[in-house]
Design a protein around this ligand. Structure first.
Ligand code: TXA
Ligand code: MG
Length: 349
C-alpha cells in the first residue's frame, strides 16, 4: 500500500485534505494524525473491520482496547450507556484535552474496538487537526498511539512514517506534539474513580473536580502481584531496543555510578548511552549522552523523553542509563513511562 504523507499545522487547516482523510476513515481505511499528546492511528470506531486493521497495522494484541476519540460533547451520549455525573464534571473541566474516561459502552461500539470489554475509553482531543479529522470521519475515531506495538509513542511524524509507512492510507504531519506523553486515563465504572494511566492531567487536578480519586496500584510498581486495569499497561511498553536502567539517588553519586558502569561496558565494546539533563549531561562519558532538558522544566522533559528513546534506537545504543526524575505534577507520568521502558530496573545509589 502507498501511504500518502501530507503536512498540516493547526493554524492552517486544509479543509479539502481533511475531507479526503475523513473519507478514508469512513471507507474503512486508516489515517495517522497529530493530537496534543502523541500521534494517533485513526480508524472508524464503529466499524469492527477498521479496529481489526488497526491491530494489524500496529502488530498489537487484539485484547488491548482502543480509545474512541470524539469532537462534540453530545457524541459522548452515543458511545456510552449512561453518562454519570462524575464524567459530566470531568468533561466540563478537562475536555477538549488530554483526559480519557472509561465508561460503560453503548451497543453501537463494537467489541472489536473495546478488546471484548463492556467498557469503552473516550477522549476529546484539543488539537485542531485531530478535531477536524474526527468531524470529517463521522464523529467517532478509534485511535491508539501511532507506533508499532512495543515501541515508544511517536511525538513527531518522522517516527510515524518509520513505523507505519506502507501499512496505512495516510499520515498527517502536524509537526511536534505539545505534551509528548499519552493522556491520563481515569476509570469511572467503579464506585471510586481510579487513575489507570498517569498523564498531564494529574490526580491533584482531578481531585479539584471529584473529591477522592484513587490510583491503580500497578502504576508505579511491578511487585504488587496484580494485573493492571488498563490492559495495555501490562505489556512491556515504550521500550527502547537497548537495555535501559534507571539510577536513583544523590546526583553526584548517580553520575559516578553511571560513569563507572558505562566505562566497563565500553571496554567490552558495547555502545553506551546516558539520559541526563542540561545540568548533568556534560559530566557523563558514555558514547551517546542526551539531555531531556532543564531539570526544573517537567513539561520539556515529558515532550523530549520518547524522542530520545527513539534516537537511542536509531544510533544502536546497547546499554542505556537514565537519571531518575521528580514525580510531582506530570513527573509521575514521566517516571511511569520511564519505569516501563526500563522494565522497572532501578538501581539506588
Ligand atoms: O493520548 C492518548 O491517549 C493517545 C492519543 C492518540 O489520543 N492514545 C493512546 O492510545 O495512548 P493507546 O491505545 O496507545 O492506549 C490506550 C490505553 C491502553 O493502555 C488500553 O489498554 C487502555 O487505554 N484502555 C482502552 N480502553 C480501555 C477500557 N475499556 N478499560 C481499561 N483500559 C482501557
Ligand atoms: Mg500506545
Amino acid at each position: 500500500m502507498e501511504t500518502k504523507l501530507v503536512r498540516m499545522d493547526d493554524e492552517h487547516i486544509d479543509t479539502v485534505l481533511i475531507q479526503e482523510a475523513g473519507n478514508i476513515i469512513k471507507e474503512g481505511g486508516l489515517v495517522a494524525f497529530p493530537t496534543e499528546t502523541v500521534y494517533g492511528l485513526g480508524g472508524d470506531a464503529l466499524n469492527p473491520r477498521s479496529s481489526e486493521k488497526i491491530y494489524r497495522a500496529k502488530g498489537r494484541p487484539s485484547d488491548n482496547p482502543l480509545i474512541v476519540h470524539i469532537a462534540e460533547m453530545a457524541d459522548l451520549d452515543a458511545v456510552v450507556r449512561d453518562v454519570p455525573e462524575s464524567a459530566k464534571k470531568l468533561a466540563e473541566a478537562f475536555w477538549p484535552g488530554p483526559l480519557t474516561m472509561i465508561l460503560y459502552k453503548s451497543d453501537i461500539v463494537p467489541y472489536e474496538t473495546t478488546g471484548g470489554l463492556d467498557t469503552v475509553a473516550v477522549r476529546m482531543p484539543v488539537h485542531r487537526v485531530a478535531r477536524e479529522l474526527i468531524r470529517a470521519a463521522g464523529g467517532y475515531v478509534a485511535a491508539p498511539s501511532a507506533n508499532r506495538s512495543g515501541r515508544p509513542s511517536p511525538t513527531v511524524a518522522k517516527y510515524v512514517t518509520e513505523d507505519m509507512d506502507g501499512r496505512i492510507e495516510m499520515i498527517i504531519d502536524g509537526g511536534d506534539v505539545e505534551i509528548g506523553l499519552e493522556s491520563t486515563i481515569v476509570d469511572l465504572t467503579a464506585e471510586e474513580p481510579v487513575i489507570l494511566r498517569p498523564g498531564y492531567i494529574t490526580k491533584q487536578m482531578l481531585e479539584q473536580i471529584l473529591h477522592e480519586v484513587g490510583e491503580d496500584c500497578t502504576m508505579m510498581r511491578d511487585d504488587s502481584g496484580q494485573a493492571p486495569k488498563a490492559p495495555g499497561m501490562k505489556y512491556r511498553h515504550y521500550a527502547p531496543k537497548g537495555d535501559l536502567t534507571i539510577v536513583a539517588g544523590d546526583t553526584k553519586r548517580v553520575i559516578e555510578y553511571i560513569n563507572t558502569q558505562t566505562l566497563s561496558y565500553r571496554t567490552n565494546n558495547k555502545k553506551t548511552g546516558v539520559i541526563g539533563t542540561d545540568a548533568s549531561v556534560s559530566l557523563y562519558h558514555a558514547d551517546v549522552c542526551k539531555s531531556v532538558g532543564n531539570p526544573d522544566d517537567e513539561n520539556m522533559i515529558a515532550r523530549t523523553l520518547y524522542r530520545i528513546l527513539r534516537e537511542f534506537d536509531d544510533e544502536h545504543v546497547e546499554i542505556i542509563y537514565a537519571e531518575s526524575f521528580d514525580t510531582s505534577g506530570i513527573g509521575q507520568a514521566i517516571m511511569n513511562r520511564l519505569l516501563k521502558a526500563a522494565g522497572h530496573k532501578v538501581v539506588h545509589v
